[in-house]
Every structure is written in C-alpha cells, then in structure tokens.
Design a protein around this ligand. Structure first.
Ligand code: ZN
Length: 509
C-alpha cells in the first residue's frame, strides 16, 4: 500500500503530535526500557511490559478473552461433549464425541481442543480469518452459565497486568431479544418499528431480563473471586462496564432490536455503557445491510442520546472483499452513525476521502481501538501495512486493545510490547497510549486532563494541576473531582501506578 501510507498529513491543522517534554523519572524509565531492549533478555523485557501501567482494555469480547484452557475446564464442569468437528455439545456424547472432561487427563485431546478453539499452532499463511471466527461457534456452548466466572478470570488478568478499567462485550438477554424481534418483525419505518417494540412494555421486559442476567453475573463474579473476603482476588477492585453486542449478520429486525435493547439498557443501568456491532464485517448480510445498520444507529441515537456507540468498522483488507466494499465503512460509521470510537479501522487508507475521515476523527476525538495481534491473525495486516502510524500522524486518538486475547493467545502486555517493537515507540509514547485508553473510555465523569490531550498533550485539569498526578494526598478540590468522577479516579490510580513504576525503574536502571 505504498503511496497511500506515504500520503502526507502535514497540511492538516493540529495534526502534528504535541512536543512531549519528559520528567526526570520518565527519563529514567525510558533509559531502563532502552537498556532492556539492548540487553537481549526477553524475560526482563516482558516483565517491564507486564508491570507497565496500561490504562484500560476498551475492545474485547468476553468469551474470546478468557484463556482456551479455562474454556475447556468450563466445558468439563458443565458435563459437555466435544464432537468430531471439535464443537462443544450437550451430553450424552454421540458417535465420534468424547466427554470434555477427558481433556483433564488426556494431553493430546486437550491440545487438539486448544488448537481448534484458538490460534494455537495455526500455520502462517493459512486462512486465519475463517479459523479465528469459527472458534466462537465451537466453544460457544462451553460459555453458557459461566459469564461471571469468565469475567472473574479476565478481570484478574487485567488487574495483575496493571490495568485500571475494563469494558467488555457480551450479548445481553440474547434469547429474549431475538424472540421479541421475531415476534415484532421488520418495518422499514424505524420510528414505527421502535414503537412496536416498546408497545405494551415489550422491550422493557427484555431490559428487565438483561438486568436480572447482569445481577446473576455480578453474584457469580463475586463468588468466583471471593470478593469481600480475605481471599479477594485482584479483579474485585477493577471497575467494569458492559458493551452490548449486536450481531450484524442476522435479520434486520434482530439487528435493530438488539441495538434498541443495548441503548435502552445503557440509559437505564449504569453497568451498561454502549453498543457495538460484531461478527465478520465481510459476511454477505453484514456487507449488504451495512448502510442500513448505520441508519438504524443514527435513528436510535436520537431516541437514546445518553447511550454510547463504538463500532467495528473497516476490519477489512483488499482481497477479503470487493474493491467497492472497501470504500466507506469507517466513513459511514463516523459520519452517519456518529460512532464515538471505531474498532479496528484497518482499511482506512483504502476508503474514499480517507484523509477527511481521519481529520474528522481527530477533530471529534473519535478514538480507534487497535488490536494488533488480532489484525495480523484475521486480516494478515501487520507492521508498515497497518494504519497505526497513520492515525497517529493525523492526531486521531489511538488505544491498544486485545479483541480476543484467549483466541489469539496474547494479552495486553504483549500488545504493548509488540506495538513498541513494531513502531519503535518511546517510553513517553507508551505512557500516553495508556492514558488515552482511560481518556476515551465510556466510564462516566470528568477527565483528569484538559482539552484534547491527543493533540495538546496530557496537561492536568485546573483543580488537580499541582504537578504531582497520582499523589497520595491530592489537594482538596482535586479530591472532590476524584470522588465525583469514576473516570478521573481511575486516571489518578494509573498516575499513582506510574509514579511507583518509574521509581522502581530508576532503582533497577
Ligand atoms: Zn472485536
């Protein structure tokens, strides 16, 4: 994609990244990073990225985020079978199927399931796209009834890797939602369709079912993590919010009903913050109905103005779809659906008017959620082909994310390390990526930072501007902000973690 990648954004106002001055402790951490890079000890380098504060993971799917070994264990606990296609199915085990519990003792069987349910040992050059998406159907049955346990596993892993907040995607009350959609049917007048869904409290009954389901998940999470006891696991203290997934390959009435449910939930229950369209963007229904889905979101944003929207858009590449399908997905998500964040955004430079789209994203601070490993595995896009540097040159906020770390066999620490290595990122740049992931989170409340930090740099907001972010005893007015803003509180915790991290880096340098 030479040419496209070289297109200069220098004429763009405000596109140049801010000049970043480092503090003395940041310089020490930067020297430590350089020494580790030169030293060639992969374990110590890995440890640096493990301990590095890494903000939030804003783009991950809960069932794809848990480790495959844990999914196998859940399948065994549920008494499931694994059939000849390596799909988890209900007992009794028919011909060619084996109890999942056999995987506890039969190592070869366990390894075979892990390969089928993840990218483990997947050959480079194979069809990663299909294998990746197929894993979800294979392990889906194993995830039933275990949402709280899966969240516990994921939250613990993130807290242990110095993350301070999690947004994770699930499909709330999916059976009830689809039943309502099929009962009401489709109508191309979206206001009428929405009226039919809400008539007689029908949609509210599904909202109630989703909230009850979330109560059950909370209870299971707290029990699995021993929250509130002496054995409490680290995930207990991690703030978590849900993003409601909407399956984009389904019939239109289901897409619309799932969107309406997710947005109504986000307005009525603080545990839910947003909606997102999921499933392969290149699937035939997803492609055919893409513009319709954008119009649905445009309509529903007026009905539910407080619900947030982030969209998988541009998870495409030449060869995966026809050239005309590459022209406008990010543009439509930004301009029609008015998404506040974009997931993947990989095909950016192949879209019509892409510089205009990038400028709009920079101006409106629409962050792009970048899962580098997932993009390499599904699309085969990596290194200089990936638009990561292009977004940054245009001043678009960029946040690193994992997408499906269980399927990908990665974690957020590896994603930071991979980004640092591939794009030669300095320590202050890594620190600002971590800050961006909290800044552009849908966690409510005022930010700790003023203005547009992606373009102006991270400067403390007035009441907290004492030059000591993360201090144990903030000034009274700053403390007032932190008490009233979950977002600023998470940001402050991360700044405290940076102080600790940088002081440790200096003693080891
Ligand atoms: Zn995703």
């Amino acid at each position: 994609m030479a040419g496209a990648a070289d297109a200069s954004p220098r004429h763009v106002r405000g596109a140049e990244p801010p000049v970043r001055t480092s503090t003395a402790s940041e310089e020490r951490a930067a020297r430590r990073l350089e020494a580790l890079r030169a030293g060639g000890d992969p374990r110590r380098l890995r440890d640096f990225f493990h301990r590095l504060p890494k903000g939030a993971d804003l783009h991950n799917h809960l069932s794809g985020a848990v480790t495959t070994e844990y999914l196998v264990e859940l399948a065994a606990r549920s008494g499931l079978c694994v059939d000849a296609t390596m799909t988890a199915v209900d007992a009794p085990c028919g011909a060619g199927a084996r109890p999942a519990a056999d995987a506890r003792t039969d190592r070869d069987f366990r390894a075979a399931i892990v390969r089928a349910w993840s990218m483990q040992d997947f050959p480079r050059g194979g069809n990663g796209h299909d294998h990746f998406f197929d894993t979800f159907q294979k392990f889906s049955r194993a995830t039933w009834d275990h949402r709280g346990r899966m969240l516990a596993e994921v939250a613990n892993g993130m807290a242990e890797q110095n993350q301070f907040y999690l947004e994770t995607m699930v499909s709330p009350a999916s059976e009830e939602t689809n039943r309502l959609a099929d009962e009401v049917g489709w109508h191309k007048d979206l206001a009428r369709l929405h009226g039919k869904l809400t008539a007689g409290g029908k949609l509210d009954k599904v909202v109630a079912a989703a909230r009850k389901e979330a109560d059950g998940t909370d209870a299971q999470f707290r029990a699995a993590n021993h929250c509130g006891t002496k054995k409490a696991r680290p995930g207990c203290d991690l703030p978590v919010r849900w993003i409601a997934q909407v399956g984009r390959t389904g019939p239109s009435q289901r897409v619309f009903t799932q969107l309406a449910l997710g947005m109504r939930l986000a307005e009525r229950d603080g545990r839910f913050v947003a909606v997102n369209l999921v499933q392969p963007e290149d699937e035939k229904n997803a492609l055919r109905n893409y513009s319709l889905h954008m119009r649905m979101i445009d309509y529903l944003r007026k009905v539910y103005p407080k619900a947030h929207v982030t969209l998988h858009a541009g998870e495409l590449w030449p060869g995966l779809v026809k050239p005309e399908e590459l022209k406008s997905h990010i543009g439509q998500a930004v301009n029609t659906a008015r998404a506040e964040r974009i997931g993947h955004g990989v095909d950016l430079v192949h879209e019509d008017h892409w510089q205009k789209t990038a400028r709009t994203m920079a101006g409106r601070e629409i962050a792009v959620e970048v899962p580098l490993t997932s993009n390499a595995q599904i699309l085969g896009v990596r290194g200089p082909d990936h638009p990561f540097p292009t977004y940054r040159r245009f001043g678009v906020p960029v946040v690193l994310a994992t997408d499906d770390p269980g399927v990908s066999r990665t974690d957020i620490s590896r994603e930071y390390q991979y980004a640092a290595q591939t794009y030669d990122l300095s320590y202050p740049e890594l620190k600002d990526l971590a800050r961006a992931s909290l800044e552009y989170a849908f966690l409510p409340g005022k930010s700790l930072w003023r203005g547009n930090p992606t373009q102006e740099g991270y400067r403390l907001t007035g009441v907290c501007d004492t030059g000591r972010p993360g201090a144990a005893k903030p000034a009274a007015r700053c403390e007032h902000l932190l008490n009233g803003s979950p977002k600023a509180a998470a940001q402050w915790r991360q700044e405290a973690a940076f102080r600790h991290f940088e002081s440790r880096a200096s003693t080891k340098a």
